[in-house]
Design a protein around this ligand. Structure first.
Ligand SMILES: [Fe+2]
Ligand SMILES: [Fe+2]
Length: 276
C-alpha cells in the first residue's frame, strides 16, 4: 500500500465552525477538539519516523515513508486552516495548540526516539480505528455540512491508507523480542490515558467557550450517547484497540482496504464543489 500525497483544499464555511455537525454543537466540538490535536500531533509523528529514515533499507518502505510524511503534512496544513476558523470564532484554538506543542516538544527533547516512535504507533492505531469507524458507519457524520464532511472523510481515508507505515518502520528499526513487545504495549497504555485526557480537556474547554450557544444543555445528552452509548465511539473501537496487544499484531490484520475505493470519487467531488 503506497500512500499518495493529495494536495487538496477544502471549503469550510467559517460561520458554521461551532455547529457544522448534524448532531449539533456538542458533537461538533468533539470533532473540533480532535482537529486541534492534528497540527502538533502530526508534526510529532513525522519527526518520530524521520528520525529513523536513514536506517530504512527497503526501497518500498522508503517510498511509503515519503508518502506518509507527504500525507501528514497536508493534513496538518488543512487542520491549521480549520483551527484558525475556531480562533476567529472566539474559541481558544491557538492556546490549546501551543500547550500541546509544548508537551510534545518535551517528549522529543527528553525521551528516547524509540519511545517516541512507539507513541506514534499507538496514536496511528487510534487514528486508524477512529477512521475505520467514521468510514464504515455513515451515521457518524450523517447529514453534516459538506465541506467539513469532506475534510474528515479525506483525512480518515488517508489515515487508513498509511496506517501501517510507522508500524513497518518500527518492525524494521527496533530489535525484535520481548522488550519491543513490552515497549509497544506499555506505550499504548500510557498513550491511551494521556490521549483521552487531552481530548476530554480540549472538548470541555471548547464547550465552555461556546456555552452561550442555543440549546446548549439539551445537546449534552446527544454527545454522551455519541461517545458512550451502546453504539458510541468508545464501545465501537474497543475490540480493535484490544487487538493491538496481540504479540503478532499488524495494522492490516484489520483489512478494511475496501474503504479506499471511495478516494477518487471523494477527490472529484471536492474538486468540483470547492470554490478555492
Ligand atoms: Fe493525518
Ligand atoms: Fe496518520
Amino acid at each position: 500500500m503506497l500512500p499518495i500525497r493529495r494536495d487538496i483544499r477544502f471549503d469550510l464555511p467559517a460561520d458554521r465552525i461551532k455547529d457544522w455537525h448534524e448532531q449539533g454543537p456538542q458533537v461538533t466540538h468533539f470533532f473540533n477538539a480532535l482537529s486541534l490535536l492534528f497540527p502538533s500531533g502530526e508534526r510529532f509523528f513525522m519527526d518520530s519516523v524521520r528520525h529513523y529514515r536513514k536506517r530504512i533499507t527497503d526501497p518500498q518502505l522508503t517510498a511509503e515513508v515519503q508518502g506518509f510524511i507527504g500525507q501528514e503534512a497536508m493534513h496538518s496544513r488543512e487542520h491549521v486552516q480549520y483551527n484558525e476558523l475556531m480562533e476567529a470564532a472566539g474559541l481558544p484554538a491557538r492556546t490549546l495548540d501551543r500547550r500541546l506543542a509544548w508537551f510534545l516538544d518535551l517528549l522529543k527533547k527528553w525521551l528516547p526516539a524509540s519511545f517516541n516512535l512507539s507513541v506514534t504507533l499507538a496514536l496511528e492505531h487510534y487514528t486508524a480505528i477512529l477512521a475505520d469507524l467514521l468510514l464504515r458507519d455513515p451515521s457518524r457524520l450523517g447529514d453534516s455540512l459538506p465541506g467539513y464532511t469532506h475534510v474528515w472523510t479525506w483525512h480518515a481515508l488517508e489515515e487508513t491508507e498509511h496506517k501501517a507505515v510507522s508500524f513497518d518502520v518500527w518492525n524494521q528499526v527496533v530489535e525484535p523480542g520481548l522488550g519491543r513487545y513490552l515497549l509497544r504495549c506499555g506505550s499504548m497504555l500510557v498513550t491511551t490515558v494521556v490521549f483521552w485526557l487531552v481530548v476530554f480537556d480540549f472538548h470541555v474547554r471548547l464547550l465552555i467557550a461556546d456555552r452561550h450557544a442555543p440549546h446548549f444543555l439539551r445537546g449534552f445528552w446527544r454527545v454522551i450517547v455519541f461517545l458512550y452509548g451502546p453504539r458510541g465511539v468508545f464501545p465501537s473501537i474497543a475490540r480493535q484497540w484490544l487487538d493491538y496487544f496481540r504479540p503478532g499484531f499488524h495494522p492490516w490484520q484489520h483489512d478494511n482496504r475496501t474503504h479506499l475505493e471511495r478516494i477518487d470519487g471523494l477527490v472529484a467531488a471536492i474538486e468540483a464543489g470547492t470554490s478555492r
